[in-house]
Design a protein around this ligand. Structure first.
Ligand code: ADP
Length: 155
């Protein structure tokens, strides 16, 4: 069974994340979207809100599961039997950051492969940080989030 873990903050989930998950669906038997809770990052939305939005977005996709985790991503992979870590690449900044993490993860855990997917070009500018900035400043960021949650996402 091919199980991939898609780790991230998803604060909030964007059309970019959705695109990666949808395109990876045929490649794996199961995709576990895992919201990491161990980082020092400050979040705009609660874990419950972030999980709920991912659930609504993938309610029709039986391969997608949503969980939260703490600790190292590779340790969580072992716990849930995921042999693959799925990550999206938008640009060279993502590449430089992600390549180091993937190499170090592989040095620690050789049987877990990180699989990268390139962002669809029309979605490569979408960034959760900027989406959060728009929301904090009372803008309408709904065009950047999945259709399924656009309604309840508006303030
Ligand atoms: P993190 O805070 O760990 O970067 P994110 O929630 O921002 O978590 O992102 C999780 C994953 O989704 C990462 O692999 C990131 O590269 C990818 N990602 C984020 N935005 C996009 C996008 N617009 N298109 C494709 N992948 C994206």
């Amino acid at each position: 069974m091919k199980i991939a873990l898609f780790p991230g903050s998803f604060d909030p989930i964007t059309k970019g994340h959705q695109d990666i998950i949808e395109r990876a669906t045929p490649l794996f038997d199961k995709i576990i979207v895992a919201i990491g809770t161990n980082s020092s990052k400050k979040h705009l939305y609660t874990l419950e809100e972030r999980m709920q939005w991912i659930k609504e977005t993938f309610s029709e996709n039986s391969k997608v599961e949503i969980t939260t985790y703490t600790g190292l991503t590779i340790d969580y992979c072992k716990k849930v039997n995921a042999n693959y870590i799925l990550r999206g690449l938008r640009n060279t900044v993502d590449y430089n950051y992600e390549a180091n993490i993937a190499q170090m993860n592989r040095a620690m855990q050789a049987n877990i492969e990180t699989v990268f997917m390139l962002t669809s070009p029309n979605l490569s500018a979408i960034n959760s940080n900027i989406v959060r900035d728009i929301i904090i400043n009372n803008g309408d960021a709904s065009q950047f989030v999945p259709k399924a949650i656009q309604q309840n996402f508006k303030k």
